[in-house]
Design a protein around this ligand. Structure first.
Ligand SMILES: [Zn+2]
Ligand SMILES: [Zn+2]
Ligand SMILES: [Zn+2]
Length: 494
């Protein structure tokens, strides 16, 4: 299979690629997650590797209905490129930052420049239907619907908007115009990227530092970047924005592994005298690469071009050529990434096999990154004010709402890999679900018990809309690569 590859690294490093892609042993899985659970202080869960069915998450304690089961910090994630117009969030924790005025002013300013999220229309063809993870009380359902409209096409909603004068937009952005009651919705002050790219922003110095050390130092386009060619990096990002922004989290996964490898190596060199035998040195550097790769190795992976769902507008007879095109697209992206951050000691990471599997890991992940917008909360608050205050406030806020139109409440959306949540198996009759509560204001995945869960029970979530008829459920789940055998399906199926 690798013999006829378009990527020479696939052939050169075939044995190392095989070692990297080998699923971790049950013991490695147990050890990795035991450590993760200990450092995160999430209680009451164990992860087990159970034979043919892969990993599963089990309750160690009882959970009551409605209780928090898991808060899962993402391993790697990124905001959708098109969403960056709508929401200014911390590039590490994905909290909204700045102020209500800045969020609104910046969005209107960028829309005025003609930068819109309409690219989503093109991107949508390539992406698998993904499970939304927001709260499903009525107000949030509204905001998911609003988003669907936006995704369908931004330009359509443009008609109902009444533009604000440029001076008003400016004064929103520079803080001269303070909206009534906005102090109650204060957001963290914006911290710029220490590398000077002017593209990544943070909620705090600590988020900026952690992101720099884990991911961003190699992928920053600023002057302090660790990239060997910033021009190529800019081209890589541009290519991703124009074709499919799933390449961005994939690049972050590679950057994460390289940076971790370098840290392991530095620690080793510090601890020991220089090793003189070149063979042992090479062996040990590959074992360090394997160790650096361990967190990513825990995610279930298939090649992107093999697992991506065939878009509705592509005929089955064209499937082979569609998959070939997807593979070529990934290869083009990889060449640009290679030009920008290639590291000889981590060369196998730059093979198309590895790149394709990393992208596939994000493609198969069933949970999106979603963070509710404080701008929505703000306007809901104004709407709920008692009569005289409301009328007074709306003298100012009405024109702003008119300028924003239907998409005033767009939430932060992106792609992420959540290590523990990704071990949760699917059921069409799940006992838990992804659900963002009022207080969940960052990019973590939140899993809540739907019913009481006993000690020893497996915790399951639904990857799809479980109320769909049997045939449709099976078709959607086939995109995830399995046939559902949950009690509901075995009852309805045969
Ligand atoms: Zn942050
Ligand atoms: Zn930067
Ligand atoms: Zn089922």
């Amino acid at each position: 299979m690798t013999k006829n590859s378009i990527c020479s690294l696939d052939i050169e490093f075939s044995d190392k690629i095989e070692a990297l892609l080998k699923p971790p042993s049950p013991q490695q899985v147990q050890e990795y997650f035991a450590q993760l659970i200990a450092t995160r202080q999430c209680r009451g869960l164990t992860i087990k590797q159970n034979g043919d069915f892969g990993k599963g998450v089990y309750a160690d304690i009882e959970f009551r209905e409605g209780e928090l089961v898991l808060k899962d910090q993402m391993l790697v994630g990124s905001q959708h490129s098109s969403n960056k117009v709508d929401c200014l969030v911390c590039s590490y924790c994905f909290r909204f930052i700045g102020s209500i005025e800045l969020q609104i002013g910046r969005k209107l300013y960028l829309q005025d420049l003609g930068i819109s999220s309409s690219k989503e229309c093109v991107l949508e063809t390539y992406s698998q239907p993904s499970k939304q993870c927001c709260a499903d009380d009525s107000s949030n359902e509204d905001f998911m619907t609003d988003n669907d409209d936006l995704v369908a096409c931004t330009s359509s909603s443009q008609n109902d908007k009444i533009p604000l004068p440029k001076e008003v937009i400016q004064s929103l952005m520079n803080g001269n115009l303070v909206l009534p009651y906005s102090k109650q919705f204060s957001l963290p002050t914006v911290v710029s990227c220490p590398g000077g790219c002017g593209e990544a922003y943070y909620c705090s110095e600590s988020c900026a530092k952690v992101d720099w050390e884990l991911f961003h130092s190699l992928l920053c386009t600023g002057e302090r970047s660790g990239s060997s060619c910033r021009e190529a990096l800019v081209k890589f990002i541009q290519h991703a924005n124009e074709t499919n922004d799933i390449f961005i989290p994939a690049a972050k996964a590679i950057s994460f592994t390289i940076l971790k490898y370098k840290k392991l190596k530095a620690a080793k060199l510090e601890g020991k005298e220089q090793c003189t035998n070149p063979n042992t040195l090479e062996d040990s550097s590959f074992s360090m690469l394997l160790e650096a790769w361990r967190p990513i190795s825990m995610g279930y992976k298939r090649r992107w071009w093999d697992c991506i769902a065939l878009p509705d507008d592509v005929d089955y007879s064209d499937e082979a050529s569609f998959r070939m095109q997807i593979r070529e697209l990934a290869f083009m992206s990889l060449q640009l990434l290679k030009e920008s951050i290639f590291d000889k000691e981590c060369a196998p990471l730059f093979s198309l096999e590895i790149y394709g599997h990393i992208i596939g890991m994000f493609e198969l992940n069933n949970l999106d990154l979603v963070v509710a917008s404080p701008v929505e909360d703000y306007f809901l608050y104004i709407d709920d004010l008692p009569y005289p205050e409301k009328e007074e406030a709306e003298k100012i806020t009405r024109q702003i709402l008119d300028a924003l139109g239907d998409d005033y409440s767009v939430c932060c959306q992106g792609t992420a890999f959540f290590p523990m949540q990704s071990c949760m198996n699917h059921s069409c009759h799940p006992n838990a679900k992804a659900f963002k509560r009022e207080e969940d204001r960052d990019g973590q995945a939140i899993i809540i018990a739907l019913q009481s869960i006993s000690k020893g029970d497996e915790i399951t979530i639904s990857y799809i809309d479980e109320d769909l008829p049997f045939e449709e459920r099976q078709a959607l789940l086939a995109d995830y690569g399995f046939k559902c055998r949950c009690p509901k399906c075995t009852g309805e199926g045969d």
